[in-house]
Write a protein that binds this ligand. Structure first.
Ligand SMILES: NC(=O)c1ccc[n+]([C@@H]2O[C@H](COP(=O)([O-])OP(=O)(O)OC[C@H]3O[C@@H](n4cnc5c(N)ncnc54)[C@H](OP(=O)(O)O)[C@@H]3O)[C@@H](O)[C@H]2O)c1
Length: 277
């Protein structure tokens, strides 16, 4: 890719994306410029990636960019967009990572007709195993879509969805790592309770989750089929599954995703309300 990329807000997510793009060969260090708020963070990002990193100079970063990635917090996004709007032009592509911020609001604040993507990555992008869902407005061409897909494929898996499904995506994969960490944490605790050392319980629990996920992907079998393959009649696994069913593990996760989806919708409404006035 020969585009120049500006990442506004190189925090956790922005920096992870920069790391993945450089490592995956999507961009060379000379093609990427980042911005942050503080001088201290600017120095750290610059040293880590060998890229130009500016403290607060969003407009300067945008002026020479072909792709502008907005990775500031959702509440800061309208302010940063307003700051750079005069430097935006119609050959640029905007990619927003901000949770709950609709493309319509970005269009409104940018005040320009640009190709705009809204992406929801998740934190495993740090280890290039992220899951990213992407939505876009009708100005995005097939070439734009391929280019943006390649950015997120450098840090994991990327899929396109209709924008109205971004709330469900946020609830499933955006927040999802937190649910899985709770499962891993509880499995470790179970191992500890039954006498395994912390080190061994941790190793076994993390690899079990990693391996089970890999098997779902590689076999393409329904998880219920894979689960049944682990069960022997009258065996150990079915006694554990009975306990999990008794405590409603699956219903709990379904409800968690439903509640988080509604919460994301409420956040979007609050954000729209705030920006109406
Ligand atoms: N973390 C996740 O799991 C995740 C998942 C999906 C989507 N997202 C989205 O990604 C975005 C970033 O989240 P994050 O977790 O990476 O947040 P973060 O770590 O707090 O990063 C935000 C960055 O924005 C910088 N910043 C703040 N004000 C700025 C300004 N006026 N100009 C330029 N830079 C500014 C901050 O600089 P300083 O470091 O100098 O303060 C910081 O580096 C959010 O919109 C979030 O919704 C995050």
């Amino acid at each position: 890719m020969d585009q120049r990329i500006a990442v506004l807000g190189a925090g956790n997510m922005g920096a992870a994306l920069i790391g993945g793009m450089l490592k995956g060969g999507v961009a060379a260090p000379g093609q990427v410029v980042a911005t942050v708020r503080s001088e201290e963070r600017a120095r750290a990002v610059s040293e880590k990636f060998g890229i130009l990193t500016l403290a607060g100079e969003n407009r300067r970063a945008v002026e020479n960019a072909d792709v502008v990635i907005l990775s500031v917090k959702p509440g800061t996004l309208p302010k940063v967009l307003a700051e750079v709007r005069e430097a935006l032009h119609d050959r640029q592509v905007l990619v927003s990572l901000a949770a709950a911020v609709p493309i319509a609001l970005i269009e409104q604040v940018a005040g320009k007709h640009l190709p705009i993507f809204r992406a929801m990555p998740n934190i495993p992008v740090v280890v290039e195993e992220g899951a990213t869902a992407i939505a876009c407005n009708p100005r995005c061409s097939v070439e734009h879509r391929q280019m943006v897909r390649s950015i997120f494929e450098a840090v994991g898996v990327a899929v396109f969805v209709d924008e109205e499904l971004m709330h469900a995506v946020t609830a499933l994969s955006g927040s999802g790592p937190a649910y899985v960490y709770m499962v891993i944490e509880a499995m470790i605790a179970g191992g500890l309770k039954m006498g395994l050392s912390r080190e061994i319980a941790t190793r076994l629990a993390e690899q079990t989750v990693l391996g089970a996920a890999k098997l779902v992907r590689e076999t393409e079998l329904h998880p219920a089929v894979l689960r049944d393959q682990v069960i022997t009649p009258g065996g150990v696994t079915i006694s554990a599954i009975h306990e999990l069913e008794r405590h409603g593990l699956r219903a709990m996760l379904i409800s968690a995703i439903e509640t988080a989806t509604r919460h994301s919708e409420d956040r979007m409404r609050a954000l729209l309300e705030k920006n109406r006035t």
